[in-house]
Design a protein around this ligand. Structure first.
Ligand code: NDP
Length: 449
């Protein structure tokens, strides 16, 4: 359920569309938050008087830059780099970098906007930001990726810092890219500033559990939603879209909790393995050999590869979209509900279209929006910053416990906020309101910023 937008909220929304033409993903993310805020403005009229919503929707700073690099054949390429520093009311800007050919300002702004509220929900001192490039790492050699990352950082370094802006990974940016980026930052600045990037390797200031954190955290959140209905992952059939960082560790945790993942995907197709996805095969193919999931079916003869297939047509009880934005539309959502799905947890950012969200909410299935469900990644990044600041390094067990506690707190705050504002069970309303109010109060306290 979302609330009817009041006239003042509708006016603000129209103004945002006018000022940010063509940025459809950003419009979608803003609308989804504004639709939750009606009752908040009744409770806190000072937010409207002080134009807090308009201020939050306008990034504090947007940086767009040229990234020239040379491929292995000597050909010159020019990509575009972005860093949107959205909001620093709660701490330094924090959010990942995405390298994907579809990247443009509207995608970075939607991700940065969501990040503000997600980071607030973690309860940790981090503001919101996001960045990336339209560079496509697929099919590039390590040397090409390194040259690109070095060129990207040669501009980005002047805008970031452990107390200013702390990037991390996202689609197309994993441990390899973070290593190259950190190396170039260190070289240019002549500073070993560990807290400037998160998702680092264990040899140079990384945190255990960071690699697993988004996937594990998403499963912990869904587990909390299931518990409310006296259910658990035990014996549940699940589907997980994507086959990257978030998908892999979502599968691992689901299997640890007794569920069975029967399908995964990439942008070319779907693998269905009724016996249960063999995680080590996926890790070998994706993390080590950087191959496509199509090859999974050559290794496991009882698995089926569906080229251009739609993973949401595969029956499941729990669906965890972990690939990209708008991957579940209204029809997909209807299919999922019809096939008996009882819970959806978004590992990806904004993977469900507004029509899809309406279908889930009308069917009253447990639906965890990305800004709450996938907050474990950034939360563990903040734990990495804590370890860096104290020159310490925690055990896997301790860090995972911290993550589990953070996810259970986020679930509780979303659940209780939804009840308080008259929308019980609505995690969208709960997450948007809880995140927004925290940031808005901090902004008010700091005067006109
Ligand atoms: P990866 O690059 O590791 O993996 C992305 C996966 O999604 C790949 O399997 C990829 O397939 C698929 N995918 C990407 N874009 C598309 C597309 N346009 N259509 C179909 N499939 C696509 O990224 P992550 O696992 O890190 O990120 C996945 C999602 O999780 C994103 O929405 C990201 O914003 C979100 N997220 C990530 C966090 C993190 O810590 N990494 C934290 C919070 C959210 P292919 O190889 O074919 O492109």
């Amino acid at each position: 359920m979302s609330f009817q937008m009041t006239e003042s909220l509708e006016t603000i929304y129209q103004e945002i569309i006018r000022k940010n033409p063509g940025e459809t993903e950003f419009h979608q993310a803003v609308r989804e938050v504004l639709e939750s805020l009606g009752p908040v403005l009744v409770k806190y009229p000072e937010f409207l008087q002080n134009k807090i919503i308009r201020r939050i929707c306008e990034p504090e700073r947007q940086i767009i830059f040229r990234v020239p690099w040379v491929d292995d054949r000597g050909e010159v390429h020019i990509n575009r780099g972005f860093r949107v520093e959205f909001n620093s009311a709660l701490g330094p800007y924090k959010g990942g970098l995405r390298f994907h050919p579809s990247v443009y300002l509207g995608i970075i702004k939607f991700l940065g906007f969501e990040q503000i509220f997600k980071n607030a929900l973690t309860g940790l001192p981090i503001g919101g930001g996001k960045g990336g490039s339209d560079f496509d790492p697929k099919g590039k050699s390590d040397a090409e990726v390194m040259r690109f990352c070095q060129s990207f950082m040669t501009e980005l370094y002047r805008h970031i810092g452990e107390h200013t802006d702390v990037p991390a990974g996202d689609i197309g940016v994993g441990g390899r890219e973070i290593g190259y980026l950190f190396g170039q930052y260190k070289r240019i600045t002549n500073r070993y500033e560990m807290g400037v990037l998160t998702g680092k390797g264990m040899a140079y200031g990384g945190s255990l559990v960071r690699t697993e954190a988004t996937g594990y955290g998403a499963v912990f959140f869904v587990d909390e939603m299931l518990k409310v209905n006296k259910q658990s992952f035990e014996g549940k059939t699940c589907t997980v879209s994507g086959s990257g960082n978030v998908a892999i560790y979502t599968i691992e945790k689901i299997h640890q909790l007794g569920g069975k993942v029967v399908a995964i995907s990439d942008s070319d197709g779907v693998i269905v393995h009724e016996k249960g996805i063999h995680l080590q095969t996926v890790q070998q193919l994706k993390e080590i050999e950087r191959r496509r999931i199509k090859d999974y079916a050559d290794i496991h003869k009882d698995a089926k590869y569906i080229p251009k297939g739609n993973i949401w047509e595969i029956p499941c009880q729990v669906a965890m979209p972990s690939a990209t934005q708008n991957e579940i539309n209204g029809k997909d959502a209807e299919k999922l509900v019809k096939n008996g799905c009882i819970a959806v947890g978004e590992g990806a950012n904004m993977p469900t279209t507004p029509e899809g969200v309406r279908v889930f909410q009308t069917a009253k299935i447990a639906y965890g929006p990305g800004k709450a469900t996938n907050a474990g990644g950034v939360a563990t990044s903040a734990l990495e910053m804590q370890q860096n600041a104290s020159r310490d390094s925690w055990t896997f067990e301790y860090t995972e416990k911290r993550l589990a506690k953070i996810m259970s707190n986020i679930h509780q705050v979303c659940y209780e906020t939804a009840e308080e504002f008259g929308a019980p069970g609505d995690y969208v309303v709960g997450a948007n309101i809880a995140g927004f109010v925290k940031v808005a109060k901090a902004m008010l306290a700091m005067g006109l910023i």
